[in-house]
Write a protein that binds this ligand. Structure first.
Ligand SMILES: CSC[C@H]1O[C@H](OP(=O)(O)O)[C@H](O)[C@@H]1O
Ligand SMILES: Nc1ncnc2[nH]cnc12
Length: 324
């Protein structure tokens, strides 16, 4: 069955949501059972249709409750039509929350700011430095008459990163015998710049001096919005280039990035397959419990519901139908 013949609605709950970035407009390891057309949310329409796939863990019954459901969305659209500044980040995350995702696994093509992080290596960052320009909508709680502040000291889910790290050995370089590494420790930092132009050499060196390990144009506001949706979130950064800090090399261009997308895409599929297989066999604890995020929004919003406009309350209820 082709994707266009599949049902356009889905009734169950999603377990894992996956966001694909540059070069990753679908995951071949998924076998879709439904394709929801771009979803209308109170914050606009999602950047792509949402493909739903189902998996059954080893030894489980063929019962609906036993299926593990995955939703996939393409950050820049399936034809890469949304530049980083214009990605409807709020609509995308709201749609995944609305579909009851328990966690979000995000993939991103990044430049490396460190010699030991080679193109084709993957990184699980645990910190972010925001160098976007304040022109993206980066919160659900910034409307007039609505005040909410979430904690963002640890922007990623370390439990999720540890879970992913178990599968580090699946990464391969298809063109050489060099291994591809998955880098993970508590200080790995992703810089998020506005773009769409790449950095100057001076900026690239400055980001290195900040302690940045990799750089992209999309982790902000995605990570912030996941936190506001109480969703455990981990980005897998897939290195494609050395940005512009190496004086002896030409600064990054799109051609450099494209040269590594096929290898990175294969590795993203391998990694996602292993993660999904393992989760379908047994849901990890952080997904059962919400990784300590469940309920945090009730206390993060300072405004009393009776002081909110009907419109504001309705929007919040799209995300949290049971809270107010
Ligand atoms: C074409 S290179 C720059 C582009 O690649 C990354 O996209 P994504 O994070 O969606 O994989 C980076 O953030 C830039 O948007
Ligand atoms: N060098 C770079 N800077 C920003 N985003 C990127 N995505 C891939 N390479 C990048």
């Amino acid at each position: 069955m082709t994707n266009s013949e599949l049902p356009t609605n889905f009734d169950g709950d999603i377990d894992l949501a996956i966001i694909g970035g540059t070069g990753l407009y679908q995951l071949d390891c998924l076998e879709p059972i439904a394709v929801i057309p771009p979803l209308e949310t109170p914050w606009g329409v999602t950047s792509s249709p949402i493909t739903i796939s189902k998996f059954i863990g080893a030894g489980k019954e063929n019962d609906l409750n036993d299926y593990f459901h995955v939703a996939f969305i393409a950050r820049h659209g399936i034809h890469h039509e949304y530049p980083p500044t214009r990605v409807p980040f709020r609509a995308n995350m709201a749609a995944l929350k609305y579909l009851k995702a328990r966690a979000v696994l995000s993939f991103s093509a990044v430049g490396s700011l460190q010699h030991h992080i080679k193109p084709r290596d993957f990184v699980l960052p645990q910190q972010i430095i925001d160098r976007t320009k304040g022109i993206r909508h980066s919160s659900y709680f910034n409307d007039e008459g609505l005040v909410g502040h979430v904690g963002f000291g640890n922007p990623f889910s370390t439990s999720f990163a540890k879970y992913i790290y178990q599968f580090r050995n699946v990464l391969q370089d298809y063109d050489s015998d060099e291994p591809c590494l998955l880098h993970f420790d508590k200080d790995k930092t992703v810089i998020c710049m506005e773009g769409p132009q790449f950095s100057t050499r001076a900026e690239s060196k400055m980001y290195k001096s900040f302690g940045g390990d990799v750089i992209n144009m999309s982790v902000i506001p995605e990570a912030k919005l996941a936190r506001e949706c109480e969703l455990p979130y981990q980005m897998v950064c897939m290195s494609t280039d050395y940005d512009a800090w190496k004086d002896e090399e030409e600064p990054v261009t799109v051609e450099t990035v494209i040269g590594h997308l096929t290898n990175n895409g294969r590795n993203a599929n391998l990694l996602a397959s292993r993660i999904i297989e393992s989760m379908a066999n047994e849901l990890p604890e952080f997904m059962k419990t919400g990784d300590g995020l469940t309920g945090t929004i009730k206390t993060s919003i300072s405004t009393k519901p009776e002081a909110m406009s009907k419109d504001t309350l309705e929007k919040l209820r799209f995300l949290f139908p049971d809270y107010w």
